[in-house]
Design a protein around this ligand. Structure first.
Ligand code: FAD
Length: 353
């Protein structure tokens, strides 16, 4: 189909294992496309401990999470992988002619000879509010974590739902915009943020730039609804909030920004015909092959006897998977093992000669 990106390998997940997978495939002259639900590379390291020190990466006595991700990205750069952020791989379909069609939540279509699942603990996705009636308004009036660039705020009623640092930061920033009103809605009036940030939010509220409301959304109001003969969902105009005193509050709303952090979900992976054992993919550690020929898996998502959930183990697994995939792509002929310190071909691929 037009618009389908054709490559050798699609890598699902750009944590440390997925990033190093690009490098190992590149040395074996296989092209790769990376897909991740996050807005950039790093997986758990990026999301959970970017500023923390790491002491057990071979030959790096000390680096930060951020530093490690930055180095892995630099190392894979000579192989220029396609990079697809903010999208979850939703489907992996085997093709009659061999290989796979990989589809993402953003509509990206990729065709590959092999797939590597480096999904870690699952796709990092924004936590949603448990209000089904908000779902049809996602991407038009309901957004997660940040508002898209270029959205008109002037004269509009904004509600930010959440109580962590990110929610408070967004509320403070938006309170300086030309919106008609800005409300920070959280289920209780205690915030998980620094004292300084809480003081800034309270000052903005005292100055009338920000409304603070403790409560939970119980329903939505829409206008412009059709008579039911079409699937029009109408425009969101307000939400009903049950406040901390048990009162129903009518809250006008044009834009809702949900800032409740991220959670990891294995999600659609369970529907790709892969054997799963307690949320892990059993693999052959010699090839990192799953039960589906052509689909390999590496990193925290796999299980095999003795598996350790460490970054270093993900690097080794990426190497084993690369050799197995290269063998498969060359009709069973195993690639020659070459050293980067002496092979002029590898050095040429790395762009160092
Ligand atoms: P992850 O890092 O989990 O990355 C997986 C990526 O896949 C994610 O970005 C996710 O969004 C994406 N993804 C999943 N499914 C999909 C999908 N369907 N579509 C699109 N994207 C998808 N290890 C060490 O070796 N040393 C340490 O010091 C260390 N410290 C740690 C500290 C903490 C607090 C934690 C939580 C872990 C630590 N670890 C450490 C463990 C280490 O972070 C993991 O072993 C490593 O991140 C696993 O890498 P990965 O690439 O397999 O998966």
């Amino acid at each position: 189909l037009p618009g389908t990106i054709v490559t050798d390998v699609v890598i699902v997940g750009a944590g440390p294992a997925g990033l190093y997978q690009v490098f190992q495939l590149g040395l074996l002259e296989l092209r790769a496309e990376l897909v991740d639900a996050l807005p950039g590379p790093g997986g758990q390291v990026r999301e959970l401990y970017a500023d923390k020190p790491i002491y057990d990466i071979p030959a790096l006595p000390l680096c930060t999470g951020h530093g490690l991700v930055e180095a892995l990205v630099r190392q894979m750069q000579p192989f220029r992988p396609g990079q697809h952020w903010n999208q979850q791989v939703t489907e992996v379909q085997p093709l009659d002619e061999g290989g796979f069609l990989v589809l993402t939540s953003a509509g990206t279509r990729l065709q590959a000879r092999a797939v590597v699942i480096a999904a870690g603990v699952g796709a990092f996705l924004p936590r949603r509010l448990a209000v089904a009636a908000l779902m049809p308004h996602e991407h038009t009036q309901v957004f997660h974590l940040e508002l898209p660039d270029g959205l008109t705020l002037a004269g509009r009623h904004l509600v930010i739902a959440g109580g962590d640092e990110m929610a408070l930061q967004q509320a403070l920033q938006l309170s300086r915009s030309d919106a008609a009103s800005v409300t920070l809605l959280h289920r209780r009036s205690v915030y998980t943020a620094s004292d300084t940030q809480v003081a800034q939010v309270q000052a903005a509220a005292a100055a009338g730039r920000l409304r603070l409301l403790a409560g939970q959304i119980t329903g939505v109001r829409t206008s412009g609804e059709s008579d039911g003969s079409t699937s029009e969902v109408g425009t969101l105009t307000a939400v009903s909030v049950l406040d901390a005193q048990g009162e129903d509050v009518h809250l006008p709303l044009d834009l809702l920004l949900v800032c409740q952090g991220l959670h990891a979900r294995l999600g659609p992976l369970a529907d790709w015909g892969l054997a799963l054992e307690r949320k892990h993919l059993p693999v052959d550690p010699a090839t990192m092959a799953t039960n589906v020929p052509g689909i390999h898996a590496i990193g925290d998502v796999v299980s095999y006897p003795g598996k350790k959930k460490l970054i270093l183990c993900g690097f080794h697994e990426a190497t084993m998977a690369a050799f197995a995939i290269a063998t498969h792509c060359r009709g069973g002929q195993a690639p020659l093992l070459q050293y980067t310190s002496s092979s002029s071909r590898l050095q040429q691929l790395l762009g160092v000669t």
